[in-house]
Design a protein. Structure first.
Length: 141
């Protein structure tokens, strides 16, 4: 079984990409990269960072890089593929943020406020409409 790790630097050879047609090389480079990392680290889900994607596509669709040195950061069963220079900041859970309600609860509160405002406006318009005919009747007399 593979050893547990949090961060690992790997050099991936993308030679297999050049067996594909020229129009599909950059597209296939991402698949080859993920498969090589999956084989090395045995992580189930992998995400590629924006900078790695930009490096793959930097020379266009037809000329993918031959080798890439990347850094893999493991979080439970998921992994993130990054360049060695990139810094990673773990996202904080919503449960850890004290004093802040989750987004769903905040959305419900705003919806309730909007509904109460609408019902109040309807009541006000009804009272205004009722008063208007009465005033008109008094003026006619």
């Amino acid at each position: 079984m593979a050893q547990e790790f949090k961060e690992k630097t790997i050099t991936v050879n993308l030679r297999a990409v050049f067996a594909k047609p020229t129009t599909k090389r950059a597209i296939n480079a991402k698949h080859v990269l993920k498969n090589a990392v999956r084989k090395e680290t045995r992580l189930k889900e992998l995400k590629i960072s924006n900078k790695v994607n930009e490096l793959i596509w930097s020379r266009g669709r037809f000329n993918a890089p031959r080798k890439m040195t990347i850094k893999v950061i493991a979080e439970k069963e998921n992994g993130i593929i990054m360049l060695p220079e990139e810094k990673y900041e773990a996202k904080k859970d919503k449960k850890d943020q004290k004093g802040k309600a989750p987004a769903k609860e905040e959305a419900k509160k705003t919806e309730e406020k909007a509904e109460t405002k609408k019902t109040e406006e309807k009541k006000e318009t009804k009272t205004v409409k009722e008063k208007a005919p009465a005033k008109a009747a008094e003026e006619k007399k």
